[in-house]
Design a protein around this ligand. Sequence first.
Ligand code: SAM
Length: 315
Amino acid sequence: MIDQHGRNINKLRISLSEVCNMACTYCVTSLSDHKRSPDELNSDQILYLVRLLKEHAGIEKVRLTGGEPLLYPEILNVISGISEMGIKSIGLTSNGQLLARKAKALAEAGLKNVNISLDSLDPEKFKLLGRVGKLHKTLEGIEECLKNGLLVKINMVVIKGENENEIVKMLEYGVDRGVEVRYLELMAMGPLYKKDDFKLLDMHEILSRISKKYSVKPVSADPDSTSLRYWVPGGFFGIIPNKSAPFCSTCSRLRLTSDGQLIGCLSNPSPVSIRHLLNHADPEEALKKLVKKSISFKQDAAFTGSSLVMSRVGG
Ligand code: SAM
């Protein structure tokens, strides 16, 4: 569906569940902030809504996220069901803690790519930033995904004074494995919204750290990608610069929460429920109107911050 700024909104990001097995300091204030919604959709309900969105709202690509999507018990049904609908691009965003056990089954169900969040290669720092979770589990998860033919990217949220000293180390870890690292600028969301002590390290600083050691050249990224892409000897890396170079003008995303609400824009997150379409006599026409309403909230300029917690809307 085309929005009022001429963008083709064809990517759907589904937060399968708000529960998570980590509690990253920049995402939540504690593990108990992640609460499973009492109205969490089951896999049949999710598939019903995805099919409607594919057939009547032009959704072509799906990413499963959360919370931690691997804690959603019916994730394999969701992936295989989406794959059977003919959607070829199915991705997952995960902290990787459970991937070593699940990568094979996920790939067999039809998963194609995994973005794995990894903010530090130091076990102590990993624990400090994530509060829960173990570094070795995420690293084993990465290896298992690669073994099973999944396309892996690493997402590292760069935080001033916390993990900025690992920017180059993370790049080298990725290049060694043929994995693209994407550095995320910190977003003023959830606990960081309107916080005075906002530890942003911007893209220019990230580039400067890498350029001190390696030659870096910009290369083109997909036209609707949120990431700027660069070549370095032996590989590539990306930067997702929501603050320094906002990517809203190319945003093609619609988000579905775990309880069935559409969110058109992170900067203007007015939820539009489509849950009632599960029991609607004429869901097609109703859906078109609701999607139109949701994407009418989309901004075209820059992310302006939000009190919304990322695990509700998925990253
Ligand atoms: N649990 C999964 C994971 O860790 O990848 C999926 C959900 S998590 C909310 C998705 C992504 O959002 C992660 O890469 C996380 O680092 C990112 N994220 C959460 N809060 C953020 C913030 N304030 N700024 C930038 N990225 C954030």
